[in-house]
Design a binder for this molecule. Sequence first.
Ligand SMILES: C[S@@+](CC[C@H](N)C(=O)[O-])C[C@H]1O[C@@H](n2cnc3c(N)ncnc32)[C@H](O)[C@@H]1O
Length: 271
Amino acid sequence: MPDDAWAALADAFVDGAYSSVKGRVRTFVLHQQLLRHLPDPPATVLDVGGGAAHQSLPLARLGYDVTVLDQSAAMLAKADQRVRAEPEQVRRRIRLIEAAGEQAEVATGGERFAVVLCHGVLMYLDDPEPLVNVLCRCVEPGGVVSVMALNAKTLAVRPALDHRWADALAAFEAGSEVGVLGADTRGDTVEGLASLLQLAEVEPEGWYGVWLFTDWMELPLDTTDIMAVANVELQASLRDPYRQLSRVFHLIGRRSPGPGRLRERPPNDHS
Ligand SMILES: C[S@@+](CC[C@H](N)C(=O)[O-])C[C@H]1O[C@@H](n2cnc3c(N)ncnc32)[C@H](O)[C@@H]1O
């Protein structure tokens, strides 16, 4: 892995993917889903692998105190650019930290957050468990952990729609795919990540799809009514069978209000 694997992807991601109809739908739908679970602001939010802060900047605008932690200097530079364009009262609610998510406890000085986000990151890791454990240790009792991951159960859809039938057939048994930006991405299941959360004393309390129809069609930015699409996607994301077909899913858990046994571990102890 190069030092900053995301340096080469940052432009495509921030200026391309996020500003597409699908990217805007993703940000909107995830935001609406989060608001169903988050405490009212002010509250602290840690966004692990937060990239250019697309998900956490709207939270800072609402009054949350946001820490964006990412291992990519290039992605954080994009975040910094976006934060600088905000009014002063929003800017001062955002902190950027360059660090690996696995080191989040040390990098944040052992702080516990009301909300811990980790969206679109687990799919780039060979094993999600170490990072999920860190996320769960960074959240305060009663706090919320939110993860968005690639849906391992729907990997055949995209190759089938591309008429790549051999790839689609193989995808039923595959655990990963080459993502839209050419990077390898690994799929998870709701059940698998839910049990990792539970093992780390975070009780799953809801899961959603994120985008469905916009993944299956090219929608031009200039002629598409984005809110009309986003409202349809939001409704699909909330219910079966639509949410099960989404290419990514959003899982939210809550840490029990008690202190818990994982809390006994000091923040810099990685044994
Ligand atoms: C697809 S982007 C998602 C950004 C943001 N979470 C969002 O949903 O808009 C993936 C981000 O995860 C970061 N990342 C990947 N692995 C990481 C790790 N182990 N620790 C910290 N950041 C990581 C990358 O640098 C990149 O910024």
